[in-house]
Write a new protein. Structure first.
Length: 119
């Protein structure tokens, strides 16, 4: 079973930056779309960004467009989410998800990493 582990969360000030990483154990990520999601306190989980299996296509939620950058390295089996110009509303637990490109319903989640943005 594919296991994902996020890291890089922590405390940042408004306007600051953080870089989150997602590392996969054992299995290749070559056939998976990688997505980053977040869940703010008292709110539902929402999609932040995703990147295609080959890395050529990326998508961002309007709320983070122009501030966050998603990347992936299939050799290292990792994905990163560079978060710049952080806002208070970026606070939440950030999760990494890997969804198979052809097998519907085959997806995996990490346990999340907490990002807290303070003023």
């Amino acid at each position: 079973q594919l296991q994902l582990a996020e890291s890089g969360g922590g405390l940042a000030e408004v306007g600051g930056s953080l870089r989150l990483s997602c590392a996969a154990s054992e299995f290749s990520l070559d056939y998976y779309i990688i997505g980053w999601f977040r869940q703010a306190p008292g709110k539902e989980r929402e999609g932040v960004s995703c990147i295609s299996s080959g890395g050529s296509t990326t998508n961002y939620a309007d709320s983070v467009k122009g501030r966050f950058i998603i990347t992936r390295d299939n050799v290292e089996k990792t994905s990163a989410l560079q978060m710049n110009s952080l806002k208070l509303e970026d606070t939440g637990v950030y999760y990494c998800n890997a969804a198979h490109t052809t097998i519907r319903g085959l997806d995996f989640w990490g346990k999340g990493t907490l990002v807290t943005v303070s003023s």
